[in-house]
Design a protein around this ligand. Structure first.
Ligand code: ADP
Length: 503
C-alpha cells in the first residue's frame, strides 16, 4: 500500500460507450480542471451485434488521461488518486500470459446472446436469476456474452478451464492494463450486472456459473467501490498512482449526485433515461420487473438500488429533428413547447423499440393520439417532451410501489436536463422538486468522489454530500387535478400503443 496525499488532484477515467474521457478535479474546490476525450469505434458485424476493440478502449482511455494532465500542466505523478467509471455489462476475455483479447469486447447493446437467454427461460431459470442477481434474463447482461465467446471462439472454453483466459467488464480490463497485468479485479457494482454475481451473498455464484458453463477461475476478484484497490504500474504510466474508486456509470452518477439516503433518486436524461433509487442496505425484490442492483460497497457494507430505464427519451427529440424535421436543433424544442399552454390533448408515446418498465412490451410501437384539426407543430413537439416526463414518472411510480418509499425530490443530469420546459414539467408531473447540480458530469464526479473518499482525501459521505452544489431547482406548481388528469390520459395513450406489432 502506498502513501496517499491528503489533497490534490483526482483523475476520473470515464470509459463510456461512445467515448473514453478523463476528467481532472481539484479536490479542494471540487471543480473540473480539465476534460479530454476520444471517440471509440463501434463495430456492427451483423444486425444487432455491437463490438469494440479492447485495445482501442485502453489506448483512448490512456491518451485521454495523459492529455488531460498535460493540458492542465500537471505531471501524472501529481495525481493523488484515480477513480474509474465505465460502460456497464460490456465484456472482454483475454489471454492471461500475452494480454491479448481472444475476441472483441462484446458491448452491452449487443443482442447476439438472445438465443442463450431464450434457452435459460425455457429451462425455468427466471425466478432463481431474479432472486440471486436482482436482474432479468436478457442479452444486455455480461454472463451470456462470456458464454457466447467460450462457445464460439475455438478452444476458448478448454483454455479458460485451464486458467489461461481471464474475463472482465471494462473496469477489470482497465485496471489489468493500468497495473501492467498485475491485478485482476472488478468492483461489486460492475459484478452485479453480469448475471453471475449473487447480490445477497456478495460473491460469484456457483449455480449461475454452472448454468452458463463459465469456469470460476477466469473471473476477477471482487473489490469495494471505494478504498485502495491497486497502484498503476511505473512502466505503463510512468507513475505509481493509487486507484481508489470504481463504479459502473449509473451507480457512479448516483454517488456523484450524493443520493445517499434510502429513497433518493437520480434521473439521467440522455438518449434514454436511466433512473436509480437508493434503497438502503437491503435489496428490494421488484414486482414491476425493475432491476435490483448494488449501488456500492463501502467499508464492507453493501447498499442497493432499484433501477429502471426509459428506452427512448432524448432520442425522441432527435427523431423530431432528424426524421420529422420539425425542429432544427434539440434546444429549439424547448422554445417551441413554451409557446403553447398545453398539447391541445395530443399524446405521443415514443415506443419506437417497445416499452420497458413497468410495461415490458416489446411489441408496443410509437403512437400518436388526440389529434384534432387544430393540432400544430408546437403541440406535437411539446407532447414529445412531455412524454419523457410521463415515462420517467411511470418508472418512478414503480419504484415507489416496490420500495414502499415516497420520492421526495429528484436529482437530474444528462443532455436533455438542460431543457427548462422538460425539467419544470417533470417537477409538475412528479409533484416533487427537481434539482440540477452545478457539475453535470455526475458520472465522473461520482468516480472522483469514490476515489477521493477511498484515498482519505474526504472523510466520508457526509463531507461529500456537502460538496454537492445546486445549480437550479424546479418547484412543482401544477394543480393536482390537472396533473392527475394529464397523467390518466397518458396511461390511456400508452394502452393504445401496447401489442401493436404482430408477433
Ligand atoms: P447520451 O449520453 O445518451 O449520448 P447525452 O447525455 O449526451 O446522451 O444527451 C443527449 C440527448 O440530449 C440527445 O438525445 C438530445 O436530443 C438531448 N438534448 C440535448 N440538448 C437538449 C435540449 N436543449 N433540449 C432537449 N433535449 C436535449
Amino acid at each position: 500500500m502506498c502513501a496517499v496525499r491528503a489533497q490534490g488532484r483526482i483523475a476520473a477515467l470515464d470509459q463510456g460507450t461512445t467515448s473514453s474521457r478523463a476528467v481532472v478535479f481539484d479536490s479542494e474546490t471540487v471543480k473540473i480542471e480539465c476534460i479530454k476525450n476520444h471517440q471509440l469505434t463501434q463495430y456492427y458485424p451483423h444486425p444487432a451485434w455491437v463490438e469494440q476493440d479492447p485495445q482501442e478502449i485502453w489506448r483512448t482511455q490512456l491518451d485521454s488521461l495523459t492529455e488531460a494532465c498535460e493540458s492542465a500542466g500537471l505531471p501524472l505523478q501529481s495525481i493523488a488518486c484515480l477513480g474509474i467509471t465505465n460502460q456497464r455489462e460490456t465484456v472482454v476475455v483475454w489471454d492471461k500470459k500475452t494480454g491479448k483479447p481472444v475476441y472483441n469486447a462484446i458491448v452491452w447493446q449487443c443482442r447476439r446472446s438472445a438465443g442463450i437467454c431464450r434457452q435459460l427461460m425455457e429451462n425455468g431459470y427466471e425466478d432463481v436469476i431474479r432472486e440471486k442477481t436482482g436482474l432479468i434474463i436478457d442479452a444486455y447482461f455480461s454472463g451470456t456474452k462470456i458464454k457466447w465467446i467460450l462457445d464460439n471462439v475455438p478452444g476458448a472454453r478448454e483454455r479458460a478451464k485451464k486458467g489461461e483466459l481471464l474475463a472482465g467488464t471494462v473496469d477489470s480490463w482497465l485496471v489489468w492494463k493500468l497495473t501492467g497485468g498485475a491485478v485482476h479485479i472488478t468492483d461489486y457494482t460492475n459484478a452485479s450486472r453480469t448475471l453471475l454475481f449473487n447480490i445477497n451473498t456478495l460473491d460469484w455464484d456457483d449455480e449461475l456459473l454452472a448454468m452458463l458453463d463459465i469456469p470460476r477461475c477466469m473471473l476477477p476478484s471482487l473489490v469495494q467501490s471505494s478504498g485502495f484497490i491497486a497502484e498503476t504500474s511505473q512502466e505503463v504510466l510512468g507513475a505509481r498512482i493509487p486507484i481508489c474508486g470504481i463504479a459502473g456509470d449509473q451507480q457512479a452518477a448516483l454517488f456523484g449526485q450524493a443520493c445517499f439516503e434510502p429513497g433518493s433518486v437520480k434521473n439521467t436524461y440522455g438518449t434514454g433515461c436511466f433512473i436509480l433509487m437508493n434503497t438502503g442496505d437491503k435489496p428490494v425484490v421488484s414486482k414491476n420487473r425493475l432491476l435490483s442492483t448494488i449501488a456500492w460497497v463501502i467499508g464492507g457494507k453493501a447498499e442497493y438500488a432499484l433501477e429502471g430505464s426509459v428506452f427512448n427519451a432524448g432520442s425522441a427529440i432527435q427523431w423530431l429533428r432528424d426524421e420529422l424535421r420539425l425542429i432544427g436543433s434539440a434546444p429549439e424544442s424547448d422554445a417551441l413547447a413554451e409557446t403553447v399552454p398545453d398539447t391541445g390533448g395530443v399524446y405521443v408515446v415514443p415506443a419506437f423499440t417497445g416499452l420497458g418498465a413497468p410495461y415490458w412490451d416489446m411489441y408496443a410501437r410509437g403512437t400518436i393520439t388526440g389529434l384534432t384539426r387544430g393540432t400544430r407543430k408546437e403541440h406535437f413537439v411539446r407532447a414529445v417532451l412531455e412524454a419523457i416526463a410521463y415515462q420517467s414518472r411511470d418508472v418512478m411510480e414503480a419504484m415507489e410501489a416496490d420500495s414502499g418509499i415516497r420520492i421526495k425530490e429528484l436529482k437530474v443530469d444528462g443532455g436533455a436536463s438542460v431543457s427548462r420546459f422538460l425539467m419544470q414539467f417533470q417537477a409538475d408531473m412528479m409533484n416533487v422538486a427537481v434539482k440540477k447540480p452545478e457539475i453535470t458530469e455526475t458520472t465522473a464526479m461520482g468516480a472522483a468522489f469514490l476515489a477521493g473518499m477511498g484515498a482519505g482525501i474526504w472523510s466520508g459521505q457526509d463531507e461529500i454530500a456537502a460538496k454537492w452544489k445546486l445549480s437550479r431547482e424546479y418547484s412543482p406548481s401544477m394543480d393536482a387535478s390537472i396533473r392527475e388528469g394529464l397523467y390518466e390520459s397518458w396511461k390511456r395513450a400508452v394502452e393504445r400503443s401496447l401489442g401493436w406489432e404482430r408477433v
